[in-house]
Each structure stands twice: as C-alpha cells, then as structure tokens.
Design a protein around this ligand. Structure first.
Ligand SMILES: N[C@@H](CCC(=O)N[C@@H](CS)C(=O)NCC(=O)O)C(=O)O
Length: 204
C-alpha cells in the first residue's frame, strides 16, 4: 500500500486529495516538520513524502503528483497525454512548486529572510504578501475562461488547493481580487473527497 507522510494543511494536502480521488487503498501518516520519524525517511524533514511497499521513496510535491497520475491512469488525473497537454501540466506544476509555494515562505518563515528583529520580519512578511498577490494574479487570469487549471480536473487542481487556502488565511484581502481563484477553491471545497481529506487531516 502507498504511504503518504503529511502535515495537516501543508502542501502534502495535494497528494492526499489525489490519493482520495484515485480511490485505491493508502495509508496517511501525520508527521511534524523535521520530526525524528520524518527525518528517518526523508533527510529534508519535509512533506510530502511518499513511500511504496517495497521501500521506494519519493519526495517533492510536483513529482509525487505526477507519479500518482501516471501510476493510476484509470483515474484520469494527468490532464491529458499529448505533447502539449503534458507540457502544460509541467508548466503549472512548476508554477506551483517554483513560484506560488515559495512566495509563502517569507510569510511563514520571515526569520529565514532577515537577520533583523521584529520590524524587519514584519517587512519580510509584507513583501511576501505582495509576492503571493503577484502569483495569484497570474493564476486568476489563467482561470478566467476555464474551471480547472488544465481545462479539465487534474492533479494540478489539487496542487493549487493548499496554497489557495493559505492565501485565504494569511494574505490581507484573501481572494477578494481573485474571483476565478475563489471559484476554483469553492469547486474543490465542495468535492466530498476533498472534504473527507480535510476532516481526516483535522482529526489526525
Ligand atoms: N520543494 C518541496 C517543498 C516541500 C515543503 O517545503 N514542504 C513544507 C510544507 S508545505 C515543509 O515540509 N516544510 C518543513 C520545512 O521546510 O522544514 C516540495 O515541493 O515538496
């Protein structure tokens, strides 16, 4: 059985949702960042970390999502298999891994971006807000004429979900200026599988 190491509400929420969409048996293990249990399997101490029965381990959210979509083609979550569809999937996976996700780091961990005190950290957080809003603008414009990031439901929508939730919780104004991102959030939040995963993570 596939095992996913997760932290509630973290980016590991994306593969957790995808495992639920796939519907095959899996195990989800709650871990703390940098905990001994997590460090024992992943020296980076980060989630998501996925382990297969034979001990094969995979990290990096984008790779984990791509792997799950490829492992379960019957779930139809890859977003298509033409050259351009695959390229679009890689494009948006890279956007979430490399652009939107790191934009939150100054908000969550300002001490990593300044050696200064309280006032400097507050400035770092504010800069993070601006960066998240810049990336949300790109996503919002992309979603103006489509319900899902790749035009059909895919692992990339699950990837977007935790970050959209962070924006609602941690960025002043939330999604007020990003109605198409709000619509994607609402579509996902109404999904019974997503609701089950959120409840499971909260109860874990
Ligand atoms: N590049 C990694 C980043 C993973 C990551 O930063 N995960 C966060 C949770 S959203 C984490 O575990 N942070 C713990 C830490 O950085 O110590 C990926 O995309 O999977």
């Amino acid at each position: 059985m596939t095992t996913l190491y997760f932290a509630p509400g973290a980016c590991s929420l994306a593969p957790h949702i995808v495992l639920e969409w796939i519907g095959a048996p899996y195990s989800a293990v709650k871990v703390g960042y940098g905990s001994p249990e997590l460090l024992a399997v992943n020296p980076a101490g980060a989630v998501p970390t996925l382990i297969e029965d034979d001990g094969w381990l995979l990290t990096q959210a984008g790779a984990v999502l791509d792997y799950l979509a490829g492992k379960h083609p019957e779930a139809d979550l890859a977003g298509g298999d033409s050259l351009r569809e695959v390229a679009e999937s890689h494009r948006w996976s890279s956007f979430f891994t490399g652009d939107l996700h790191p934009a939150f780091f100054p908000i969550f961990m300002p001490y990593r971006y300044t050696t200064g005190g309280e006032a400097e950290r507050a400035q770092v957080v504010e800069a993070g807000h601006a960066l998240v809003r810049k990336q949300l603008t790109i996503l919002n414009n992309h979603l103006a004429d489509k319900e899902w990031v790749l035009g059909r439901r895919s692992v990339i929508d699950a990837y977007a979900f935790p970050m959209i939730r962070w924006a609602i919780a941690r960025v002043p104004g939330g999604l007020t200026d990003f109605p198409h991102v709000q619509a994607l959030h609402d579509r996902l939040a109404a999904d019974p599988a997503v609701q089950k995963v959120l409840a499971d993570e909260a109860a874990a």
